[in-house]
Design a protein around this ligand. Sequence first.
Ligand code: ATP
Ligand code: MG
Length: 361
Amino acid sequence: MIRIEHLKKQYASVTPLNDVSVEINDGDVISVIGPSGTGKSTLLRCINLLEKPTSGKIWVDDVEVTAPDCDMNEVRKRVGMVFQNFNLFGHKTVIENITLAPMDLLGISKQEAYDEGMRLLRMVGLGEKALSYPDELSGGQKQRIAIARTLAMDPEVILLDEPTSALDPTMVGEVQAVIRELAKTGKTMMIVTHEMNLARAISNRVFYMDEGGIYEEGTPEEIFDHPKREKTRRFVHKLKVLELNIDSHDYDFLGMARLIEVWCGKNQITPKLTNRIRLVFEEATQLLIPYSRTPLVKSVCEYSEESGVAKWTFEYSGERTDLTKSDDNLSVSVLKGLAENLTYECVEDENLPNRINIEIR
Ligand SMILES: Nc1ncnc2c1ncn2[C@@H]1O[C@H](COP(=O)(O)OP(=O)(O)OP(=O)(O)O)[C@@H](O)[C@H]1O
Ligand SMILES: [Mg+2]
């Protein structure tokens, strides 16, 4: 239905999409998730040609929409888009907003467009608002109208870019209800959303975007419950992450302690846990640095607000050796005292084959 091959979109200072290739099948409902700035909107906007791709090809059915001679209007008929900010015409009534494009672009009669428009308005629960103006409606109502307007063109695919994120929380539910119903109809949909419950409920596929493309894709269960890759896992578990790399024996010890304090402050970590996070770093580096060869030690602290647990991992160079076994070492006993859980593992990494995990709370 939609085929994307080596799509690249480059702006002057960033390249949100580096090399995206994917196929979207008829009836797929795809949720697109990922941190801000990872190209989620850009991907949708490239599919319906609101943005011109830098390179790569996109087909909608058998029409290559990236071909130079492609008729933009033809594409827009097939691919409908719902925006965060509704984009309704303020000087037109609700029913006019809905019937305009079908009459202009599909050439259907006024009566027919009206009948269909009213059917769609009733479907989104707003039959009685046909003659109102957008300004007279709440945000949730406006977005439901915007969805009805998109459906009026009977597109083959509907792209929704954060359709509920501009709404007052009390209105999210009514718009989500419409989206849930829509997803059940078998319409092909792609929705950028931060609402994980919605994504889980409606989609058969989830794209997690990062590092210039679709970093991981899977079913909602795979992505939300068993993510395979590091960044996906951090995102779906809403982990706060601090990375500190030590590249030299003369690293800035005080500067790093300060970075830890600032990071903990920013994430509202309790003073008690902050203290432990810093202590673990200090003791672990004291244990590992003398042993390691360059590139020495890579450390990451992940904090979960949900569970209140912070997890340090330290990867270090040198021979495969479990340094936490050195029981006569003072740092090891301090670390054991602080940790809820302390484990060592060997990893498949030539430079940093050793890894220690330390959980604290
Ligand atoms: N017209 C533009 N000109 C220059 N840079 C742009 C333009 N549009 C987007 N970008 C940049 O491209 C990157 C990706 O933007 P995009 O809007 O696709 O991200 P997103 O994943 O939708 O983020 P968010 O979750 O915040 O909506 C960002 O760094 C953004 O600043
Ligand atoms: Mg966006």
